[in-house]
Design a binder for this molecule. Structure first.
Ligand code: CTP
Ligand code: MN
Ligand code: MN
Length: 396
């Protein structure tokens, strides 16, 4: 490019294929579905998986879901390797590593960084998409529209005369808090509040921590809870009562509750592939007070306040609540524990390998034309012909 014309090809222009001693290179063997693998939080290849995850995120934010999934699958394969990858030959025979992902990995192994990843990180569009979708209630579509209207950051969003919905107004107001990771200690403090709410409105109802924290993650972007009652039917109408209690105690900065709309007769065999689950659920923003954490036996200095850089005695935390009838509890537990890729792979395995359809409500066997019951996650894995993978090993 500097010469401005094609130059004579010299040796130094050619990729230097290091002669490697094949016998010394460790070659790994990995099953192709993430739900067949044990993925702990220990990851020996974070440089590579961070790079692929960033490209996945960029694809997802650009409405290229297929590419996003391909990068996620590739990253997930690298997450289970017992050693850091140092040589491309180690990747021979591994599943889910497409041409594009291999190119990115090669770039990093040879040059220390991937030019595509670096240029994506620097791109104004990616930066704007990240900032705008960081506002709770703003998805990729809305962010894209705003960018086309010249809005690239929060100040421009505030200055514009965009009408924001209730979720987005809360998201903007509590932007810094919501974008700060939630610690396990904070998740536990929220757990105590939810336990108290549930015990007050329906004694005997049970609260289970789900999502990333159930998988053993030390931080999360939110806290997720599944609520049920051992007697079928007692959970009906529970969510509005929980929400009212929380609201009356001043714990909620925002909430939106959606009603349960799942009926086996309507949603079952006729439409077995719907991934969207339809439990009663509540997307909320909690106000977690400093003294609530202290009550839960934790100590921490005051939270930094966004506005004046000073200290405020509380922070905003995203919390998801889901209510399920006990008959669907195992499916809801499995469906809401994640990771998102693990869930996706479970459904793909069920459909492609077993002619079954798995959702957070039920497992339908298309060959036997019948629902398969389960009261535990172990039973669901068994129905699917998979080894049981505990939550801590579902971090695909
Ligand atoms: N989930 C879902 N439907 C939604 C949102 C989430 O079924 N509308 C499921 C996801 O598939 C995932 C689980 O709920 O299995 C938790 O989702 P989320 O909180 O987004 O992710 P976490 O794995 O908990 O990650 P983080 O720690 O960042 O919150
Ligand atoms: Mn979560
Ligand atoms: Mn969640």
């Amino acid at each position: 490019m500097r010469a401005g014309h094609p130059v004579q090809i010299l040796d130094r222009h050619k990729l230097q294929d290091q002669p490697t001693n094949e016998a010394e290179v460790e070659v790994f063997s990995v099953p192709s579905y993430a739900c067949q693998r044990r993925t702990t939080l220990e990851n020996r290849n974070t440089v590579l998986t961070d790079a692929l995850s960033l490209l996945a995120e960029n694809a997802e934010l650009s409405a290229e879901e297929g590419r996003g999934v391909a990068f996620r699958r590739a990253a997930a394969v690298l997450k289970v390797l017992p050693e850091p990858v140092t040589d491309m030959t180690q990747l021979r025979g591994l599943p889910c590593l497409g041409e594009h992902s291999l190119r990115v990995i090669k770039d990093i192994l040879e040059n220390g960084a991937s030019s595509e990843v670096e240029s994506t990180k620097q791109s104004e569009r990616f930066k704007a998409l990240k900032v705008l979708t960081g506002v709770f209630g703003v998805g990729a579509k809305t962010a894209d529209r705003w960018i086309r209207e010249g809005i690239h950051d929060l100040q421009q969003l505030k200055d514009s005369r965009q009408t924001l919905n209730r979720a987005q107004r809360a998201g903007l107001e509590h932007y810094d808090d919501i974008n700060q990771p939630v610690s396990k200690a904070e998740a536990d403090a929220i757990g105590e509040i939810v336990e108290e709410a549930v015990a007050s409105v329906l004694p005997g109802a049970q609260v289970t921590l789900i999502g990333g924290f159930r998988r053993g993650k030390l931080t999360g972007h939110d806290v997720d809870f599944l609520i049920t009652h051992p007697e079928e039917g007692r959970e009906v109408g529970l969510m509005p009562k929980i929400v009212s209690w929380l609201e009356s105690q001043g714990f909620l900065l925002y909430q939106k509750t959606t009603r349960n709309s799942y009926l086996e007769s309507d949603d079952g065999p006729a439409r077995p592939c719907s991934n969207m689950d339809r439990f009663e659920r509540c997307f909320s923003v909690f106000k977690l007070a400093e003294d609530e954490k202290r009550r839960a036996g934790q100590t921490q200095s005051h939270y930094a306040s966004a506005e004046d850089g000073g200290l405020k005695p509380w922070r905003a935390v995203r919390v998801d609540l889901v209510v399920s009838p006990i008959s669907q509890f195992a499916f809801a537990l499995l469906g809401w524990t994640g990771s998102k890729l693990f869930e996706r792979e479970l459904r793909r395995w069920a459909g492609h390998e077993k002619t079954m359809s798995l959702s957070s409500h039920a497992l339908y066997d298309g060959t036997q034309r019948t629902y398969l019951r389960a009261t535990s996650e172990e039973e669901i894995f068994a129905h699917l012909g998979l080894d049981y993978i505990p939550p801590s090993e579902r971090n695909a």
